[in-house]
Every structure is written in structure tokens, then in C-alpha cells.
Write a protein that binds this ligand. Structure first.
Ligand SMILES: [Zn+2]
Length: 236
């Protein structure tokens, strides 16, 4: 991939503006809290620090190299204070987009529980029960390291007394996971109001993951066969 593909970077900036507004609308952040980024080749486009999401324009989106170096050509805004955490996640995972929220259900859980347990099988979409990483100051290298460690084998992490981070193969996937995580935290809190909830075992979660894979594989195969027959036989 070209190191600086202008079309790809423009698309990333526009996407960040769109999804930043959604952070507020979906209740995943308030004011300027939270931040999101998209990786385009070896460049990361990330929301600026201190600009309200409603006022953010594409030109305000900051560009940084994977080693953290600021790139010229942006409007001079300062990249999000959590840039080190975003970059650490790109370095440690296959992420192409990272979403960091301060959504209320995960913040509440982060202050009271060591993890989000599997009370619903949809948690397999995040890789399993979601760990709560130990507290470290916002923007610190310690927070970036704690987040990466707690992400091992997961696509989501909750940050104690702070918020949450999800990642995905694109921004839509990372964002959907942030919504799913918030929903799961809310569902868990509701379950706790009835008493001690039943939790799915690792074997039950593995079964769900295997079945999801099997169905996805089946769909891909059927699609592939239809295409092959279509090419060989022509219209039936
Ligand atoms: Zn934060």
C-alpha cells in the first residue's frame, strides 16, 4: 500500500468525522471524551484533542506515523491524548481501526468488577469475557501497556475507572463492538439486579464460536459454488 494514499486518507478523515458524531448520539461519550482512529497503510488518522465532536471537520483530523511521529499537512491540531494507546494496539494486533469510549455502563462496571463475564453468547464477538485493565493515568505509556496486555485474545478491553477500547478490521466493525460491549455491560448489570447470574462456560463459548465459523464458512462456500456454476453453465 502506498505510504500516503491521499484518497484513502481523505476517506479515513471523513469516516472519523461521521463516527465521532455518532459517539455522542449513541451515548458512548460526552463532550470531547473518547477518541477514534483508523489505520491507512503505515499512517494513523486520529481524532484531535480538545475539539467537540459536533464541531470537528475532516481537516481537524490528525495524522501520525506508527512510531508516533506527527505528520505535516494537517490543520495543526494536537492528536488525541490517547494516541500512545491507539498506536500500541496497532502494533500488537491486526487492528485497522480503534474506538475508545467513556460509555456509562462500562465505566460503572470498570469501577466495581474485575471483568465482564459471559452472561450472553454474543460476547464471543469480542473474543470472550472482557478483562478490566488495571488503572493508569489517561495518556500514559502505562495505560497503553495495560490495555494491550488485557487485550490478549480479545477485541475489547475495559479500562478501570476510565472507559473501554475496541478494535476491528475496519471502523464499522470496531464501532459495532463498542456498542456491543456497552450493551453487554448493561445486560450484566440488569442480570445482577435479579441475583447472581449464570455464566456461560468456556466450552459453551467455544461451541458458539465453532458454530459461527461453520455457518460463515458454509455461506462463503455456497456463494462460491453459485458463482462457479454461474460461470460454467450460464443462466439456468
Ligand atoms: Zn479516555
Amino acid at each position: 500500500m502506498d505510504r500516503r494514499d491521499p484518497g484513502e486518507l481523505d476517506a479515513a478523515r471523513a469516516q472519523l468525522v461521521r463516527y465521532s458524531a455518532r459517539l455522542l448520539d449513541d451515548g458512548l461519550a460526552v463532550g470531547t471524551a473518547g477518541n477514534i482512529s483508523v489505520r491507512a497503510g503505515d499512517i494513523v488518522a486520529i481524532t484531535p484533542s480538545g475539539i467537540g465532536y459536533r464541531d470537528m471537520r475532516a481537516a481537524d483530523v490528525c495524522l501520525v506515523a506508527l512510531d508516533g511521529a506527527r505528520l505535516t499537512g494537517d490543520a495543526g491540531e494536537t492528536p488525541s491524548s490517547e494516541t500512545p494507546m491507539h498506536l500500541a494496539i496497532y502494533a500488537a494486533t491486526s487492528a485497522a481501526a480503534v474506538v475508545h469510549t467513556h460509555s456509562p455502563e462500562v465505566v460503572a462496571l470498570s469501577a466495581a468488577r474485575p471483568e465482564l463475564p459471559a452472561i450472553h453468547y454474543a460476547i464471543t464477538g469480542l473474543g470472550g469475557p472482557v478483562r478490566v485493565a488495571p488503572y493508569a493515568r489517561f495518556g500514559s505509556a502505562a495505560l497503553a501497556a495495560a490495555a494491550v496486555e488485557a487485550l490478549d485474545g480479545r477485541r475489547a478491553v475495559i479500562l478501570r475507572n476510565h472507559g473501554a477500547v475496541t478494535y476491528g478490521r475496519d471502523l464499522a466493525e470496531a464501532y459495532d463492538r463498542a456498542l456491543l460491549l456497552e450493551w453487554l455491560a448493561r445486560t450484566y448489570r440488569l442480570a445482577l439486579s435479579y441475583g447472581e447470574p449464570a455464566v456461560l462456560t468456556a466450552a459453551e463459548l467455544d461451541e458458539v464460536t465453532a458454530e459461527t465459523r461453520r455457518r460463515r464458512y458454509g455461506e462463503q462456500r455456497r456463494y462460491g459454488e453459485r458463482r462457479r456454476y454461474g460461470e460454467r453453465r450460464g443462466p439456468a
